[in-house]
Design a protein around this ligand. Structure first.
Ligand code: RB5
Length: 141
């Protein structure tokens, strides 16, 4: 299961992302927000990271205006490795090398089609399990 959350700045993109994954046969667990009224992104970062750290969801997607605030909030949580990505190369590399478990994106930075491809790349990539990457992750985790 994959969790998704957003703030008001990314409400439309989050809904589009849910539809995109539905077409792929993947149901996302949508924790909100559910409207364009101004809200606080750390609240939604917490909802998604709780689902990931509890094991209820294996991955999370967090979208705000830039993706940066969400990633800062998510990375405060032990066991969360969140990466802001605006390109597919980074999305693949951060799964393979950093075992990232939360993808952050900025709805004011990238368009929906690129966001879908980045999310697909992230979700489809696997951690390499290479000893050197495990060692490096353990150094900061
Ligand atoms: C909200 O206006 C904006 O600050 C937020 O979406 C995000 O970009 C924060 O990092």
């Amino acid at each position: 299961m994959i969790a998704i959350g957003c703030d008001h700045g990314a409400f439309e993109l989050k809904n589009q992302m849910v539809e995109h994954f539905k077409k792929r046969g993947i149901e996302l667990k949508d924790v909100g927000c559910y409207g364009t009224e101004s809200c606080d992104y750390p609240e939604y970062a917490k909802k998604v990271t709780d689902l990931v750290t509890s094991g209820e969801c294996e991955l999370g997607i967090l979208i705000c205006g830039t993706g940066i605030g969400m990633s800062m909030a998510a990375n405060k949580v032990k066991g969360i490795r969140a990466a802001v990505c605006s390109d597919c190369f980074s999305a693949q590399a951060t799964r393979e090398h950093n075992n990232a478990n939360v993808l952050c994106m900025g709805a004011r930075v990238i368009g929906p089609e690129l966001a879908f491809r980045i999310a697909d790349t992230f979700v489809d990539a696997k951690f390499s399990n290479d000893e050197r990457h495990i060692r490096r992750i353990n150094m900061f985790d």
